[in-house]
Design a protein around this ligand. Structure first.
Ligand code: F6P
Length: 563
């Protein structure tokens, strides 16, 4: 599909009539990119590498311990110049400054977006509504560190005097995905005498399986919810309360076995958690940008305060790079712009994130919320329907497992899937030849995707003619390779901040609000309406569509089998 033939998906209509092209498509750089795309769309990476033997050393950038090789992208120097021009025409640098300044860039919620303050050093000054928020951030971090020391040191005990050995984080979305991902990613640094579990789903199985082998007397629940009103989290928190009290039988046990992470002290108190055991954060931290706030309490309990602060240092290093590096050498800006190039000009629908590091197995899931809840928007900040594609679908699995599953489609399918390969030079678990074999696979995959295998090469292997089309690889499939030293807490921080700022870059180009999430509201509201219809003893009056009505009736019938 060419960009000029793009249409709104399905039957969604523009909220406002839009005469002519949108401001983005009217930018000079956009038109130049569209022309440039026509010239480049059939150019092969083989050709680009042959024309420039130094390409693989030239099209790289490095910052905060992250080496980015972007040479295997379908770009030339001109593409980069035009993409950077587009970024400048969209005032990316001013937008970055506005975020760091605490401007209310989350326009639909009228909020500042200051997750960068969560990792600012103690002596930094970041103002929000006339107040420097950095001391507030460090006060919470200190409180978390104090609690962590008391709990890990055995001073904080359960109601029956037993030491706490099990931590269960109850939360969902940003109050779950970051903590789970960080726990898995940094397991190597965690206290192995403790058990960490994460309950998110309102499906009772999640809670039942999480606690089935645990002693309530040794278990602490962290109820993590920015709003403290989320259906799933509050249901699980009430179930946890009942589970605990069934065994410990004494309301006073709640104080020893429940802590809260929230912005909503009133609701925390209403639930019965002493607000002295509450760790706060602020409305200027979006849920999906909160793993380095108090939402990371389970992470700190697992890896200790020093490692947690090291992780914050990694975030901050990438923040500083994003804030100050020229766009031409700015990792998040470059990766963000490459994403725009594929999404809007090549019509790529998805991005595969492929960490060759087992500890990052939940990283793609984490990125799904970060990227898709942020940039899955169809109107600009002014409320006008966009006439270009916005956030792509992010997905992925750790290598090498993916290679034996979906890589077939990436190599030989009909869709263009830009890939981010993430690898580490040093493993945390050196075992014979494993790491060399792992890294050989990373390099092999990026090489195979970019350069493929021609029909001549396939024939030269003695392949019969009828089999040649099956065995050839077209190549020309783009990828980025991110190479870091080792998966330390610092490295995790830099990696997460890198993707946060990629999202920011793209949201700025697309002129959307990357920090709201209105798209989750309708389903939530409808579920609230349907719950009593499923639970009522008498037949409810159903006024949904015929499909939903029939499904509700069938469910009601099936859940109470006759006899
Ligand atoms: O439903 C989406 C969402 O609002 C996410 O943005 C958020 O991370 C998640 O729900 C959980 O919200 P809370 O932390 O308020 O429970």
């Amino acid at each position: 599909m060419t960009i000029s033939s793009r249409r709104p998906v399905g039957t969604v209509q523009p909220d406002r009539e839009q005469p002519g092209k949108s401001p983005l498509r009217s930018r000079p750089a956009w038109a130049l990119l569209a022309q440039h795309f026509q010239r480049l769309k059939d150019v092969q990476l083989r050709q680009l590498f042959a024309n420039d033997p130094a390409r693989g050393e030239r099209l790289v950038a490095e910052a905060a311990g992250v080496y980015l090789d972007y040479s295997k992208n379908r770009i030339t120097d001109e593409t980069l110049t035009l993409l950077v021009q587009l970024a400048r025409e969209c005032d990316l640098e001013d937008h970055i400054a506005a975020m760091f300044r605490g401007d209310k860039i989350n326009v639909s919620e009228n909020r500042a977006v200051l997750h960068v303050a969560l990792r600012a050093p103690r002596d930094a000054r970041i103002m929000h509504d006339g107040r420097n928020v950095v001391p507030d951030v460090h006060a919470v971090l200190d409180k978390m560190a104090d609690f962590t020391a008391r709990l890990r040191g055995g001073e904080w005990k359960g109601r029956t005097g037993k030491r706490i050995r099990n931590i269960i984080n109850i939360g969902i979305g940003g109050s779950d995905l970051g903590p789970v991902m960080a726990y898995e990613a940094l397991r190597h640094y965690s206290d192995r005498t403790m058990t960490f579990r994460f309950v998110s789903n309102v499906d009772g199985t999640d809670f039942a399986e999480a606690v089935r082998d645990l002693d309530p007397g040794e278990t602490l629940f962290i109820v993590s919810s920015k709003t403290f009103t989320t259906l799933e989290t509050m249901s699980n928190a009430h179930t946890a309360r009942a589970w605990l009290l069934t065994s410990l039988k004494d309301e006073s046990a709640i104080a020893k076995h429940f802590v809260a992470v929230s912005t909503n002290a009133q609701e925390v108190a209403r639930f019965g958690i002493d607000t002295a055991n509450m760790f706060g954060f602020w409305d200027w931290v979006g849920g999906r940008y909160s793993m380095d706030s108090a939402i990371g309490l389970s992470t700190m309990l697992a890896i200790g305060p020093d490692n947690f602060r090291a992780m914050l240092g990694g975030f901050h290093a990438m923040d500083e790079h994003f804030r100050s590096a020229p766009l031409e050498r700015n990792l998040p800006a470059l990766m963000g712009l490459l994403g725009v190039w594929y999404t809007d000009f090549f019509d790529a629908q998805t991005v595969a994130v492929l960490p060759y590091e087992q500890y990052l197995k939940r990283f793609p899931a984490y990125l799904q919320q970060l990227t898709m809840e942020s940039n899955g928007k169809h109107v600009t900040t002014d409320g006008v329907r966009v006439d270009y594609d916005t956030g792509p679908i992010y997905w992925g699995e750790p290598g090498t497992n993916g290679q034996h599953s979906f890589y077939q489609l990436i190599h030989q399918g009909t869709r263009l899937i830009p890939c981010d390969f993430i690898a580490f030079a040093r493993t945390l678990n050196p075992l014979g030849r494993h790491h060399d074999m792992l890294l050989a696979n990373v390099f092999a995959q990026t090489e195979a995707l970019a350069f493929g295998k021609t029909a001549e090469e396939v024939r030269a292997e003695g392949t019969p003619e009828w089999l040649v089309p099956h065995r050839l690889f077209e190549g020309n499939r783009p990828s980025n390779t991110l190479l870091l030293d080792a998966l330390t807490p610092v490295a995790l921080g830099t990696l997460v901040a890198l993707y946060e700022h990629i999202v920011f870059t793209q949201g700025t180009i697309w002129q959307i609000d990357s920090f709201d999430q209105w798209g989750v509201e309708l389903g939530k509201a409808l579920a609230q309406k349907i719950i009593p219809q499923l639970e009522s003893a008498s037949e409810p009056k159903l006024e949904h569509d015929s499909s939903t009505n029939a499904l509700i009736r069938r469910y009601r019938k099936s859940k109470r089998p006759e006899g």
